[in-house]
Design a protein around this ligand. Structure first.
Ligand code: DC
Length: 217
């Protein structure tokens, strides 16, 4: 961690378009990028592979320090093996949301997330980047979109991967996940008081990106 390095945080629920905007911004600025959701996903995958009880907070938190989580060459790595696509499946997404609700899990992952703060700067994408992980970030954004729009975006993504799903099931999943993420006792999904809110429901990527840049420059 280098406290001199500037940080821009982009938080919000799944499907609000944070990941794309964070990548576009990191690329434009030439900064590093932290996809904190991917860190939680890799930790959840490790728990699934070890057949841990997803309700056992202590056991989940205990394995995390022994994991070797890395992001390099555009891939996510767990203990030396690429897990990029595996962490994106629905089983892993659902397990991730469960383990992310535990304070002990969140605490052990703090240091790893903060280690991404390096010069020339960091764009951090997640749920609590502006509230908990980088409360002193230089700029904070919170992206939202309606559950229906986010479900439609997810459906499109799945069909591009040759996978099918029902829109109503996706809306239900998204609502359940939002509910869990918003009501957990630690780091609930909410905008930082000093975050700029952007509703992306009826904006395309370029319009969202322009809105973000407008606040930075
Ligand atoms: O952004 P994502 O869909 O990859 O996140 C996966 C899960 O991890 C989601 O349930 C929310 C959780 N998460 C979190 O609790 N805190 C973060 N900073 C990032 C993700």
């Amino acid at each position: 961690m280098n406290e001199q390095a500037p940080v821009i945080t982009i938080d919000g629920p799944a499907g609000a378009g944070k990941g794309t905007i964070a990548c576009m911004l990191a690329e434009k600025l030439g900064w590093r990028m932290l996809d904190s959701g991917a860190i939680y996903r890799v930790a959840a995958l490790a728990a699934l592979r070890r057949h841990l009880d997803l309700q056992d907070e202590d056991a989940l938190a205990a394995i995390i320090p022994s994991l070797h989580i890395e992001f390099r060459d555009g891939e996510a790595w767990l203990d030396g093996a690429v897990v990029t696509s595996e962490i994106r499946n629905e089983t892993c997404a659902s397990a991730t949301s469960k383990i992310a609700a535990f304070p002990a899990v969140r605490t052990v992952l703090l240091e790893l997330q903060r280690s991404f703060q390096q010069l020339p700067g960091l764009v951090a994408d997640g749920r609590d980047m502006g509230t908990v992980v980088f409360p002193r970030a230089n700029h904070k954004f919170f992206l939202t979109a309606s559950a229906e729009i986010r479900a439609e975006r997810r459906l499109k993504q799945l069909s591009e991967q040759g996978l099918s799903a029902k829109l109503c099931d996706l809306i239900q999943d998204i609502n359940a996940r939002d509910e869990r993420d918003a009501n957990r006792p630690v780091a609930p999904l909410k905008p930082a008081e000093d975050a700029v809110l952007i509703d992306t429901s009826y904006l395309d990527q370029n319009e969202v990106f322009a809105a973000v840049l407008h606040h930075i420059v």
